[in-house]
Design a protein around this ligand. Structure first.
Ligand code: GLP
Length: 245
């Protein structure tokens, strides 16, 4: 596992955008596994700027997203399909037909099966971008007694619902279930890039960088099983998480 420590969050996002750019430069039709949440927003902004400057070409890029809230359709402003269009796809020269965000509407089991197919069909992602939840969840693979291998419907735990509430007007609107790529799909990516910032992520990051243990109580620790993981954190978080280079 490679840990890159930067001066600040913006620098972390610039480093991550550069790694994504390099992935696309090496393979024009790269398949990217993409993430939502607050963390990747400046990464997508940097990629949009690079695309406008001709530094990265999305015309052949394919994408598959990690997760989607159950009950929210693509036009709901808090759905992850809406987020991806709004924060990235609408602003770069990507063919939207080559982008996939699992549906949050309809039969969740059928949707999960479709997501699983989309992760593996035509080769697994060349790069999987990840944020991390305060409890170490990746995608929406929640912390608990076990993690699931295949894509599935996940019941969100109270701390995750609480963290997501900031994006909704009332607490009642916050979805309590989501479809998530499973750990097998995440770990099947050729390269994994995790970006984290802020004191609330310190326990989750400590579990990854400060020891060699793997536990479903911190699902991100399963990334230790992958041969090519890069974690980008700023100095403040590195210090809080007890990371020593
Ligand atoms: C949600 C997403 C995750 C994301 C996490 C952290 O739960 N499903 O993919 O990593 O939030 O979000 P943030 O980056 O806003 O802290």
């Amino acid at each position: 596992m490679k840990v890159i420590v930067t001066e600040n969050y913006q620098q972390s996002c610039d480093v991550a955008a550069k790694i994504i750019q390099q992935t696309i430069q090496a393979k024009a039709d790269a398949k990217l596994g993409l993430a939502t949440g607050g963390t990747p927003v400046p990464i997508y902004e940097a990629l949009i700027a690079m695309n406008k400057n001709g530094e990265v070409d999305f015309s052949q890029v394919r994408t598959v997203n990690l997760d989607e809230y159950c009950g929210l359709g693509p036009d709901h402003p808090q759905s992850y399909r809406y987020f991806m269009n709004d924060k990235l796809f609408n602003h770069v020269n990507i063919n939207k037909e080559n982008t996939y965000v699992v549906s949050g509407l309809g039969d969740p089991n059928a949707n999960a099966e479709e997501l699983e197919r989309m992760v593996f069909e035509g080769g697994t992602p060349d790069l999987q971008l990840l944020g991390i939840g305060t409890n170490g969840h990746v995608g929406f693979n929640e912390a608990g007694d076990f993690v699931q291998a295949k894509s599935h419907m996940e019941n969100l735990v109270p701390s995750t619902i609480e963290a997501n509430a900031r994006f909704f007007e009332t607490r009642d609107e916050v979805p309590t279930q989501a479809i998530s790529m499973g750990m097998k799909g995440i770990l099947a990516a050729k390269k994994i890039l995790l970006v984290a910032s802020g004191p609330s992520k310190q326990d989750a990051i400590r579990g990854i960088v400060a020891n060699d243990n793997i536990t479903p109580q911190n699902p991100a620790t399963f990334l230790k099983l992958h041969p090519d993981v890069t974690i980008v954190i700023d100095r403040e978080l590195a210090d809080l998480a007890g990371y020593q280079a």
